[in-house]
Design a protein around this ligand. Structure first.
Ligand code: ADP
Length: 363
């Protein structure tokens, strides 16, 4: 097993496009780390540089103690699983899994033992004699994982391995990947654009935007304590509500339409002037009388079973609240809303940086 350390790793494509200006983070030995960000942010570029499939323009990449910038992919002791895994259709499951080891001329007894072990971990034992055409999509993806597993690498690299599967299978395979990771203890770097997948699968998450690392932290810590507006609105569905306004010392936030958002008990960012106020949909609640800190117009109501999403309008801006299904107001009515003071976040409208206010902020 090995840790993977990136130090100012940079990628400039031959076209001149700077895909990664300089990324630094360390994946601990045995850790399961997820790289997440919107399409085109540089996730695959980073993973392919770690795999050795893409040249590193500058900076240092270490796997274990070794600097591997110039080391060929086959000598990096990594195994990669892609979104589009091509199994050999004329080979059985066992032959597909054994293929890489055969190429390396490993002794037959060792090949058999490793395929058996991988099949046991992946629960593919009953399918070893089948051809890929006789498998379901999920089973085929397990074989693709099996091919990586038999190589017993220092590091697993997975590039959106589940995006071809339907939602239900994806949830099942996520749990399976976590289980494989727990059983093998192998360092794993997993790339996805899906923030739910990142939250559920990552022991830690690296959020990327435009090739730049925004934040590295455990999922819930990042959800509660985002470093900037991008991370705050990227994690969570429905997304965090954002309202622009001016700080009114001792009172609250003067919203764009002139209304005042009273924030009793909230440490306001002093000297900030204009701010973006961030409140997650689950931290809003229906309220009457003095408890109501703002008034909102109900536009639409979306029941999702265990809860209801209320699409609201506050001073001209769209706001979403998640409420229990027992207390659903009618569209077209006006409701009072309270919010949890400790959960209100503030951001700089120009840079998106988190402003030092609120009890939980640690710069
Ligand atoms: P992601 O995996 O997050 O979707 P990629 O790593 O594939 O993003 O791409 C990052 C950026 O680099 C994108 O703007 C993409 O267009 C660009 N890019 C990717 N491959 C090349 C290439 N071979 N030449 C030039 N630009 C590229």
């Amino acid at each position: 097993m090995a840790q993977v350390a990136l130090e100012q790793v940079r990628k400039v494509y031959p076209s001149g496009h700077v895909a990664i200006p300089g990324a630094s983070f360390t994946v601990a030995d045995g850790e399961r780390l997820v790289l997440v960000g919107p399409s085109g942010c540089g996730k695959s570029t980073l993973l392919r540089m770690i795999a050795g499939l893409e040249e590193i323009s500058a900076g240092t990449l270490r796997i274990g103690e070794r600097v591997v910038n110039e080391v060929a992919p086959a000598d990096r002791d990594i195994a990669m699983v892609f979104q589009s895994y091509a199994l050999y259709p004329h080979m059985t499951v066992a032959e597909n899994m054994a293929f890489a080891l055969r190429l390396r001329k490993r002794p037959q007894a060792e090949v058999d033992a490793r395929v058996r072990e991988a099949a046991r971990i992946l629960e593919l034992e009953d399918l070893l004699a089948r051809k890929p055409g006789q498998l379901s999509g999920g089973q085929r993806q397990r074989v693709a994982l099996g091919r990586a597993l038999v190589r017993q690498p220092e590091v697993f690299l997975l590039d959106e391995p589940l995006s071809n599967l339907d939602a239900k299978l994806r949830a099942g395979m996520r749990a399976e990947i976590a289980r494989i990771h727990a059983r093998t203890g192998t360092t794993m770097i997993y790339v996805t654009h899906d923030q739910v997948e990142a939250m559920t699968l990552g022991q830690r998450i690296v959020v990327l935007k435009d090739g730049v690392v925004q934040q590295v932290d455990a999922p819930m810590a990042m959800y509660r304590n985002p470093a900037n507006l991008f991370v705050a609105t990227f994690l969570g569905s429905p997304a965090m509500n954002t309202l622009r306004g001016g700080v009114q010392a001792g009172e609250g936030i003067r919203l764009a339409d002139g209304g005042l958002l009273h924030l009793p008990g909230v440490a306001l960012p002093v000297d900030a002037g204009e701010v973006v106020v961030g409140v997650r949909p689950e931290h809003l609640a229906l309220a009457d009388g003095d408890a109501a800190l703002l008034q909102a117009e109900v536009e639409t109501v979306e029941p999702v079973g265990n809860e209801v999403f209320l699409n609201l309008r506050v001073g001209g801006e769209a706001v979403v609240a998640r409420i229990p299904p027992e207390q659903v107001p009618e569209p077209g009515t006006t409701v009072g809303l309270s919010l949890r003071p400790g959960e209100v976040l503030f951001f700089d409208p120009a840079s998106g940086a988190r402003l030092p206010a609120g009890p939980r902020y640690t710069p």
